[in-house]
Design a protein around this ligand. Structure first.
Ligand code: C2E
Ligand code: MG
Ligand code: MG
Length: 466
């Protein structure tokens, strides 16, 4: 090769490297962005552009199975297929290890456009690596310029939001962008920012709801429930902010806040002569999944000592369902600290008896959806009977959640359910109200067959050594 040719060759290589993904020869992100912007600028008023976002789901698993070479062959194959099915003037890029993008002229309200977009994605699905039966799952979304988005950035962002929805739905068809998708993600983001401020500025507090013995009405404990009062939005329900917190690191701060505040409160009540047998704090799957979860519980218990057997952590079944071994291991670590463990919302995920038998669980909380109107539903009665029998056999305490009516209470008593929680006995209230028993005992009326409220909370006996 003479010098000139070599230089020319090198220049070509460099310019290819600058604009194209080495592995697939598709445009890389910056080049795709530039060309997309130019394409949109050059568009005449009646033309539209579709941006199709194609995520290769589970490429990681392909890697675990076949290694780099396998993944490379697969991605190259998919890229070649993609290029062969789009028209020559379409832009095809690779904007991340797992993402292909295509920009082409197509209109949102045209059936044929939709069909050709779908067939383009369908062409990728049967692509298989030679010698294996594997092809990655594909999740694809599409957004249109200018109807959905008015800038190239938004167009890509919106197509990616649609692909995220496709991934969530495990949809085989290309999902079209909807304005709601953008609204939700922006709302989540805003809520996350405000939650971070709110935690710093003391906008969070705990409410406490009584758990009672269904036979005697005796107070068995309280569940601590997080409350967030935003200065402008007002009271944000936990069902709104907990899922947002779970998608970020905020869930760890919320757990930390919840456990610390609850333990401090228990000590304060104790000083006032109110002895609470058990305080329960909710822990999300995201908390339990953390490697050092048990250690952080231990640290807080050492910092704010209350008897560890007085502390119960409520966790939903979902984690047990996702990763049994991790869940069981974490529970054993927690049990070693002496804390009690409750399975919250039991029945919604159908944890089997065999799994439950292997877990060191102290309490099962029957989800409120099985309690609502139980007196009119033989099916729910029989389901609760089974859960209660299972709890008895495994020596667990069974708590029925969400008891609102005397009718529901009567049925649960008939089924020998040990404990209950619900508006009938008292709504979650602030610490002062709980201590004053202003709200909580109001429902513990003698006509429910309980003892009079004053007898329910006995001061802890004080011993004086003469
Ligand atoms: P959960 O742990 O199952 O808590 C019980 C929920 O049922 C509470 O809702 C409570 O106010 C409500 N409830 C109690 N009795 C009744 C009743 O008789 N009828 C009806 N309809 N509802 C009743 P809340 O406080 O809105 O909390 C909702 C969920 O948010 C909780 O469900 C829990 O999963 C989560 N959550 C609340 N605080 C925390 C927290 O500090 N950390 C975590 N990770 N999750 C929390
Ligand atoms: Mg709970
Ligand atoms: Mg629950």
């Amino acid at each position: 090769m003479d010098r000139e040719m070599k230089q020319e060759f090198n220049q070509q290589i460099v310019s290819f490297g600058k604009s194209c993904d080495q592995q697939t020869g598709l445009l890389h992100q910056l080049e795709f962005q530039d060309r997309l912007a130019a394409l949109l600028r050059a568009l005449s008023p009646n033309q539209e552009v579709a941006l199709i976002w194609i995520d290769l789901v589970n490429l990681r698993r392909e890697f675990s199975l076949w290694g780099w070479s396998g993944v490379e062959a697969l991605v190259r194959g998919l890229a070649a297929t993609l290029r062969s099915v789009v028209s020559p003037d379409a832009l095809v890029g690779r904007v991340g290890d797992e993402t292909f993008v295509v920009a082409m002229q197509a209109s949102r309200n045209n059936q044929n456009s939709r069909k050709s977009i779908q067939s383009l994605v369908d062409a990728l699905v049967p692509s298989r690596r030679i010698g294996t039966e594997n092809s990655p799952e594909i999740a694809a979304g599409v957004a249109f310029f200018p109807l959905d988005a008015e800038t190239p950035d938004d167009l890509a962002r919106f197509a990616s939001l649609a692909a995220t929805r496709a991934r969530y739905l495990k949809s085989k068809t290309v999902v079209g962008f909807e304005a709601e998708m953008n609204r939700l993600i922006m709302r989540d983001h805003l809520m996350e920012v405000e939650m971070r401020n709110g935690l710093d500025q003391g906008q969070f507090s705990l409410f406490y709801q009584a758990k009672v013995n269904l036979k005697t009405g005796q107070l068995l404990g309280a569940e601590a429930l997080a409350r967030w009062t935003h200065p402008e939005w007002g009271a944000v329900p936990p069902n709104e902010f907990i899922p947002v917190a779970e998608r970020s690191d905020l869930i760890h701060r919320i757990f930390d806040f919840g456990l610390r505040t609850a333990l401090t409160q228990v000590r304060r009540w104790r000083e006032m002569g109110l002895h609470l047998p058990v305080i329960a704090v909710n822990a999300s799957a995201a908390n339990v999944r953390e490697e050092d979860f048990a250690q952080s519980v231990k640290n807080i218990l050492e910092e704010i000592p209350v008897g560890s057997t007085q502390v119960e952590l409520e966790m939903t079944e979902s984690l047990a369902f996702e990763d049994e071994e991790l869940f069981a291991g974490r529970m054993r670590q927690l049990k070693a600290l002496g804390v009690r463990i409750a399975i919250d919302d039991f029945g919604t995920r159908y944890t089997g008896f065999d799994l439950l038998k292997r877990l060191p669980v102290d309490t099962m909380k029957i989800d409120k959806c099985f309690i609502r109107g139980i007196e009119r539903s033989p099916e729910m009665q029989s389901l609760c009977r089974t859960i209660i029998a299972m709890g008895d056999q495994l020596r667990m305490r069974t708590v029925a959640e969400g008891i609102e009516t005397v009718g529901e209470l009567d049925v649960l008593r008939g089924l020998s359910c040990e404990a209950g929680q619900g508006y009938l006995f008292g709504r979650p209230v602030a610490a002062e109200a709980f201590a004053g028993f202003a709200d909580v005992p109001a429902a513990m009326r003698p006509e429910l067959g309980f003892l009079a409220p004053q007898q329910l909370i006995k001061p802890e006996p004080v011993y004086r050594i003469a």
